[in-house]
Write a protein that binds this ligand. Structure first.
Ligand code: NI
Length: 134
């Protein structure tokens, strides 16, 4: 098995808010992230795929295809407020954990069957990231 990883960046705004929590609970659990108008991050998304190296092309997957998939997945997030602009995050809190899972599932749907999505890593900041592998 050979693994290939690729990185893409995008910027989004979000707010942590759970309508099933009281005002006090939201403030206690989410702190500043509960502030009404949200705040932004420069996210770094890394994905790793595994597969066999094609003997003719010498590749696991064509990088052009990888970049198209990553752009397709991150375009709806980039320069958007996730809570308002991405239907999935009107129902679930757009934490790094949930965004990583969202990206994993969207990438997996677009990848050709012969390659396996091994892992997605999403950095919210240099010192905070989430790994998700399904
Ligand atoms: Ni945040």
């Amino acid at each position: 098995m050979t693994y290939l990883s690729r990185r893409i960046t995008f910027s989004s705004a979000h707010r942590y808010f759970q309508k099933k929590f009281s005002e006090a609970e939201n403030k206690k659990i989410f702190g500043k992230c509960y502030n009404e108008h949200g705040h932004g991050h420069n996210y770094v998304l890394e994905m790793t795929v595994g597969g066999s190296v094609d003997p003719l092309s010498g590749m696991v997957i064509n990088l052009v295809e990888v970049d198209q998939i990553l752009k397709t997945v991150t375009d709806p997030l980039d320069h958007h407020h996730l809570n308002f602009d991405v239907p999935e995050f009107s129902k679930i809190v757009p934490t790094t954990e949930n965004i990583a899972k969202y990206c994993f599932e969207k990438i997996k749907d677009l990848l050709p069957r012969e390659v396996n999505l091994e892992k997605v890593r999403l950095y919210e900041a240099e010192d905070l990231w989430v790994d998700y592998n399904g």
